[in-house]
Ligand binder design. Sequence first.
Ligand code: ZN
Ligand code: ZN
Length: 692
Amino acid sequence: MSKSTISIQLPDGSIREVPSGTTPLEIANSISPRLAAASVVARVTPLAAVAAGGAAEGAAKKAASAEAGSGEAAPAEAAMYAAEDKGAPRLVDLATALNEDVKLELVTERDPEALKVVRHSAAHVLATAVLELFPETKLGHGPATDAGFFYDFYREKPFTPEDLAAIEKKMAEVVARDEKFVREYEPREEALKEFERDGDFMKTHFVSRFTEPGSQVSFYRNGKFVDFCRGPHVPSTGRVKAVKVMSLSGAYWLGNEKNPQLQRVYGTAFFSKKDLDEYLERLEDARRRDHRRLGKELELFTVNEDVGSGLPLWLPKGATIRRLLEEYILDLERKDGYEHVYTPDLAKVDLYVRSGHWAHYKDSMFPPMDLENEQMVLRPMNCPHHILIYESKPRSYRDLPVRLAELGTMYRYELSGALSGLSRVRCMTLNDAHIFCTPEQIKEEFSKVMRLVERAYKDLGITQYSYRLSLRDPANKEKYVDNDAMWELGEQVLRDAMDGLGLKYKEARGEAAFYGPKVDIQLADVMGHEETYSTIQVDFHLPSQFGLEYTGADGNKHRPVMIHRGVISTMERMMSYLIELYAGAFPLWLAPVQMGLVPISERHAEYAARVEAELRAAGFRVETDLRNEKMNAKIRDFANRKVPYILVFGDKEQEASAVSVRTRGKGDQGSMALSEFLLKARAVAETKSMEL
Ligand SMILES: [Zn+2]
Ligand SMILES: [Zn+2]
C-alpha cells in the first residue's frame, strides 16, 4: 500500500510533502546544490519510530557499538550482515527512493559515520581494481574498520609488493572513471547458483548464511564490478578522493587452518589528501615511537618464548627506569600519608570467592593450583590482601583514614592474541593503594588522590589526559555486583567529588569495576587510542563483603568505605606509555645512562676514570666508552642510545678539568669546567625538567 506522497521531516523540524519515490539527493538539491554536493549519504528514521520514542535509538546504538568493537580485526560477520532494525535510524544511499514518512538528515563529511561509508566504498574500488588486474581472484568481504578498510581475497599466488603498487594505481583509474554505485537486487537462489557456478565459495557462504531463503539479495554495481552488499555507498567512485593501500596479511578462511589461506589487503581512505597525509605522518610518528621497537633498540625489555608471552623480562636499562619510577611514587605516597605493605602474589581461592572476584572476574584469572588440601590462585588484584591487613587489628575512627599502598604484582589471563610488548601483559605490578575511611572523609581523600595524580603527571611530563566516569552496565548481572542502591550511591559520590573539583568528564557505561563505579584518567597515544592509566574507585561492596568495621566516636561499630586507586598505573603500562611519549629520549632524571663519556684517545683513560668517579659520586649514571674507536663513532653510539649528555675530552679538557658537552637535541655546547657541568646537570635532574 504505497502512498502517493510522503512526509519528510528535516532536522530543523520542518516537514516537506514530496511524491513517493523522491530521493535524498533530490531533496538535498531542492535545499541547496551545495548541500547536495557535500552530502555523502542520508540518515533516515521512520517517523512512526520517532513517534514511538527512544526504543529505536537504543537499538541503533547497540548496532553501532557492535561494529565499533571490531577495530582492526574482521568485524564479526554477523555484525556486518546483521538484519536491519526497521525502526532504527539507518544510513541510505543518496539515490534511494524514499517511500515512507521519515525524518531525514543529510550526512556530510562532518559526520564520522560518513567516513565509514567512504571507506567501505574504497573497499569496493580496491576489489574492482584487483579483479581487473587479477580476474582469477575470488572475493571474500571488505568492511570499513576504525583505521580504514580491508578486503579478503583468495588467489593461489600471493600478491607481491609490486602487485600492491599496481593495484593502487588501478584504483586511481577506477576513481577517475567516477563510476556510479548502483544498488541492484537479485533473487537469492539465482545469486547463489551464479556464485556456486563461478567457484565463489566465500560469497556463497555469506549469501547463504546471512540472507533469508526466497528473499531478494542486494548487490552494488560500479561499472562492470558487482558485489554482494547492503551498502550504503557514496554516489560514485569519484567520491573516494584520498585512498591508499597499506599492507597485506594472510588469514585462513573463517579462521580455520584447514581452509584456504586468504590474502587480506588493508587500505585507508579519507575525505581529502590532506587528511590522508596527516594520518600517514601520525602513523610514521607512531612507528618511530613504538615501545616494542624502542624497547629492543634501547635494551629496555625483552620477551622470551621460553618464559612465555605476556611475561616480559626487564633488561638492566629498563629495570633502572622502572626502579626510579617506583622510588619516585613510593616517596610521593609516603609524603602523602600512605603506609607501604608487602603481600604475597597468591592466595586461597576461597579468599576470592569471598571478595566476589571468583564470581565476577574469574575469566581474567589464571586457573587455580591444587596444593595438598587447598586450592591456590594467582591474584588478579591486590584488594583482598590489603583488606586482611586492615582487619588484622581493631580500628577506631581516630585511625582513619588508613592508607595501605603496595607495588603489588598481579596476574591476569589475557588471550595470547591481545598481548603486546609492555602494554598488554599477563603479569604486572600496580602502583596500588587502598584507603579505608569514613563516609565523611571520601571527598577529601578523593581530592588528595587527584592532586597526587596531577603532581605525578606533571613530573612525568604527561599533559594530555581526560577524565572518564566509568559506570556499570545495569543489564550485565554477570559482570557487576547486583545492588542498585550501592551503585547509585557510589555514582553520586564520584559525581559530587568531580563536580566539587570542577573537573570535566565523560561517562562510559560498562567500564566500572565489578564492585563499584570509578573515575578513570585516560591517556591517548599518537594514533588517538585512549587507555586508562590512573583510576580511583569508591567501593561500598568489599567492606561489607568482609564485614569491615571501625569504632566510631559514639563507641558503636561502623563500616568504613574503601577507595581503590592507582596513580601511575602498572609499571609495565606506564613504561610503555613513557617510552612512546618521550620517543625513547628519557628526561635526565629517568634516563638509564645520563652521561656518556668519550675520551678522545687512550691517553685520556685516566682522566675519564676521574670524571666518571666524580659524576658517580654526585649520583649520576655514567658510562665511559673506552673502545679503540674513532671519537665520532663513540659520539654517534651514545646519541643513538638517546643519552642526554655526551661528554668529550682530550688534552685541552684534561688540562682544564673540563669537558666538552654535547646535549641531546641541542648539539655541541662547547667546553665547560666539570664542576660547572655538574651543577647544571644536578639542577636539571632535581627539577625533573623535560628540557636538558
Ligand atoms: Zn560492500
Ligand atoms: Zn583494589
